[in-house]
Design a binder for this molecule. Structure first.
Ligand code: SAH
Length: 347
């Protein structure tokens, strides 16, 4: 039975499902979910290209950032945790760039939070020293530096559409031909709202519980979390659910489980939750500004001088990561820290 058939049967028996449940099934179903079975992040047949896959400079600078922040928390033995490490390229580049920094590798225990068996194999090949945890809750306690690149955008969202008569939850149901379609719940009465009819509001329940877990960790022991993702500073009321196949947007209701399904990350919500829990919040800033503040232009110059024949490629990579028409502005960076630490680099 395909995932589509399973979802149709489920809806026939139980009624329409939330977009979050649909997204969760498409990404995580153990037999047919996108990440469980066929993630294509890097290489020639990729569905999408992430920053560490685009350029080694990304992981290198994040590695140096981690080392700098390890100093800021007093150089303890610590957990270097990556959420959703994909093919393990970021951590491989980060560890290479920090090899010569006195004491850093000895102090760091790398833990990958990953649910995808095929990606775990790739991570193990690139970072054999790592341990794995299925969720952040399962990572060892103690001081931690946590990095998450393009992880939060996978966390399933519920969507609510503002109508004339209140809010309607967007649901996945069946049409007359018994095919999957998006539909709307009956109105949830909520007369007072500044939102105009047609606006869509999104909430990510899984993201909220992940932020609570981060808060718990950062209050228990010193640490920082660096979150990099595409998203918005203030939600504009748009529907941001999207499916990518071979770098092209496709309809999220077609071919469930066979495409990467993501939503824009609500950085304002992350900042609000973290501040309410007395964490320090730096950013969000744009990825372009963050990488420039960490010295990516200098790094590109050094690499080009060492390898003049690669100068053109390096310039292309720099452009891809930092230019406002590429990943430079759409992607944002936010840092959450334990109380009473100095400000992190890059903000
Ligand atoms: N950070 C990598 C990969 C991004 S793709 C990069 O920048 O290239 C998202 C990653 O998060 C994949 O490794 C995916 O398997 C993992 N992932 C997504 N949702 C997850 C969840 N709920 N729990 C654990 N891992 C998850």
């Amino acid at each position: 039975m395909s995932l589509e058939e399973k979802l149709i049967e489920y809806i026939r028996d139980n009624g329409p499902m939330t977009v979050a449940d649909y997204m969760g099934a498409c990404l995580y179903d153990p037999n047919d979910g996108y990440y469980a079975t066929r993630p294509a992040i890097g290489g020639a047949n990729a569905d999408f290209l992430t920053a560490p896959e685009a350029s080694q400079m990304f992981g290198e600078l994040i590695g140096l950032w981690c080392a700098h922040e390890w100093e800021a928390i007093g150089k303890p033995a610590f957990n270097l945790i990556e959420l959703g490490p994909g093919r393990g390229v970021l951590m491989q580049d980060a560890l290479r760039a920090t090899q010569k920094l006195e004491g850093f590798h000895d102090a760091a225990s790398v833990t990958f939070v990953e649910m995808s068996p095929p990606l775990r194999d790739e991570q193990e090949a690139r970072v054999p020293s790592a341990d794995w945890a299925p969720r952040l809750e399962d990572a060892p306690p103690g001081p931690s530096i946590i990095v998450a690149n393009e992880f939060f955008d996978c966390l399933p969202i519920r969507q609510f559409l503002r109508g004339e008569d209140g809010w309607h939850e967007k649901l996945v149901g069946l049409n007359e031909a018994e095919k999957l379609v998006f539909g709307l719940s009956a109105a949830i009465p909520a007369p007072e709202s500044e939102d105009e009819a047609g606006m869509v509001r999104e909430i990510a329940p899984g993201m909220e519980s992940l932020i609570y877990e981060i808060e718990r960790r950062l209050h228990e022991a010193p640490g920082r979390v660096l979150i990099i993702d595409y998203g918005y500073l203030r939600a504009e009321g748009a529907d941001t659910l999207q499916a990518l196949k071979a770098h092209k947007k496709v309809d999220p209701i077609e071919t469930p489980g066979q495409t990467d399904l993501t939503a824009h990350v609500d950085f304002a919500r992350i900042a609000q939750l973290a501040q309410a829990a007395d964490l320090q919040v730096h950013g969000p800033v744009t990825q372009g500004d963050f990488l420039r503040a960490l010295g990516i232009e200098m790094r590109a110059d050094t690499l080009s001088s060492a390898n003049p024949s690669h100068a053109e490629r390096i310039a292309r990579e720099l452009n891809r990561l930092t230019h406002r028409d590429q990943m430079g502005v759409l992607f944002k960076v936010i840092c959450l820290s334990s109380p009473n630490l100095p400000p992190p680099a890059g903000f």
